[in-house]
Design a protein around this ligand. Structure first.
Ligand SMILES: *Cc1c(COP(=O)(O)O)cnc(C)c1O
Length: 412
């Protein structure tokens, strides 16, 4: 079984190699694409503007859910943002309207061929009452990249950010103010052509919904154990693993359930014959180790087409490079290097990163019948996060809540 899979992944790497580095290079420049589309139309049909935003907010206000009862992704605010697009007319006017059901026909292409992409970002309440977004420009860029991959329309990210800000002002009472709590924002684009043919969608809907969420770790960190998954592959060269598109996620659930049945919390996604590390669950993966030269090095896999370009990933790399205290590398890292580091006592810390959790410390990897132990905090056995993991977490939370002044914070 394993052999077949390995030979399959081997075929994939050969395909990638045959196509040369083309697959590994970004195949388009987002900025150029938007510009070209913008220039091609003399009207402004290809953009919508925040100045046209129509507001028909909910007249009813739902009861707020007490902070301690919040479950991630279950509670939605009173309103949502909606903009519709048609190939011949371009974007319509953005509207803020009551959160509620949307109506699409059963023939809509989203329901058949997964014309869907999304974002995950958060709004944070500053101590003084203002609301902050964290690097929203990167979420806008990534949503445009994902929609481009699915031949869904592009939009002007600055305009969508302004519309989202207005939605946040409208639903302000839903933004929890306690430390660790925030409002999770889910921009989503779907293809709604009513046509069961495999082709580009001629209609699209862009909507933004929000839910108040609690801290990922309510009672301090809880480090996770991972199953190094060798029988299923999340992403491959030339695939879509680097886009936040719905089609990537449903196939990851079965392997996750299988990992959980065996006592692990998440999958460590590997690729290729040499089992290179790609991601952890739906997070980017960081490894802190002492390398062969005896230097401390923070390693994360490079953006080679198999890795989702996380905003948290990018922020951690920037902070680490700014601190300049250890080597920082975006490079390929395989399971054998991890095993070697563990055996030599050189594996220092490992963690996953994403908007939902910021950092998620890793304590163990199950791999081919063995358990690789990852150190947490050697100085404090009660702490479930290594010192570097903790420091990234504290610094990022400080910036997100406006306690540390930083250009990444955007006031709503
Ligand atoms: C969203 C996501 C991440 C994390 O991205 P952030 O921008 O840091 O939230 C990592 N991996 C996958 C597969 C994701 O979908």
């Amino acid at each position: 079984m394993l052999k077949t899979i390995l030979s399959q992944t081997n075929i994939l790497s050969k395909v990638a190699a045959n196509q040369g580095s083309k697959l590994l290079r970004p195949t388009f420049s987002l900025a150029t694409t938007i510009q070209q589309r913008g220039n091609a139309s003399t009207s402004d049909a290809n953009v919508f503007r925040a100045t046209e935003l129509e507001k028909i907010p909910n007249s009813k206000q739902k009861d707020l859910v007490p902070n301690q009862d919040l479950i991630f992704g279950h509670t939605f605010t009173d309103n949502m943002l909606m903009v519709e697009w048609e190939a011949d007319k371009g974007w319509g006017k953005p509207v803020i309207k009551p959160y509620g059901k949307i109506s699409i026909e059963p023939s809509s292409v989203v329901l058949h061929y997964s014309f869907e992409c999304f974002e995950g970002m958060k709004a944070y309440k500053h101590m003084q009452g203002s609301t902050l977004l964290f690097r929203p420009d990167l979420n806008m860029l990534r949503l445009n990249r994902s929609s481009e991959r699915l031949t869904l329309p592009n939009f002007d990210g600055k305009e969508l950010t302004e519309c989202i800000k207005e939605l946040l002002r409208t639903d302000d009472r839903w933004i929890p103010s306690d430390r660790g709590y925030s409002l999770y924002i889910r921009p989503t684009m779907i293809g709604t052509s009513e046509f069961i043919g495999v082709g580009p969608s001629e209609r699209a809907m862009l909507f933004v919904i929000c839910c108040p969420v609690g801290p990922y770790y309510k009672t301090g960190f809880k480090a996770v154990s991972l199953q190094a998954t060798v029988d299923k592959v999340r992403a491959w060269p030339g695939g879509t693993g680097d886009s936040k598109i719905g089609g990537n996620y449903a196939p990851g659930i079965l392997p996750q359930i299988n990992a959980m049945k065996q006592g692990f919390q998440q999958n460590l996604w590997l690729f290729g014959e040499d089992h290179e590390i790609t991601e952890v669950g739906t997070m980017n993966c960081f490894i802190f180790l002492k390398n062969e030269k005896g230097e401390k090095e923070l390693v994360t896999p490079p953006l080679n087409g198999m890795i989702l370009p996380g905003v948290t990933r990018d922020s951690i790399l920037s902070l680490a490079r700014e601190w300049n205290e250890f080597k920082v590398s975006e490079r390929k890292i395989t399971m054998s290097e991890i095993i070697k580091a563990e055996e030599d006592g050189n594996l220092l810390e490992m963690f996953g990163t994403g908007t939902a959790c910021v950092v998620s410390p890793i304590k163990m990897i199950g791999y081919q019948g063995r358990e690789i132990q990852v150190p947490l905090n050697p100085k404090d056995p009660n702490t479930q996060a290594g010192p570097l993991t903790q420091r990234f977490n504290d610094t990022l939370l400080g910036i997100q809540y406006g306690e540390i002044e930083h250009p990444w914070s955007v006031v709503v």
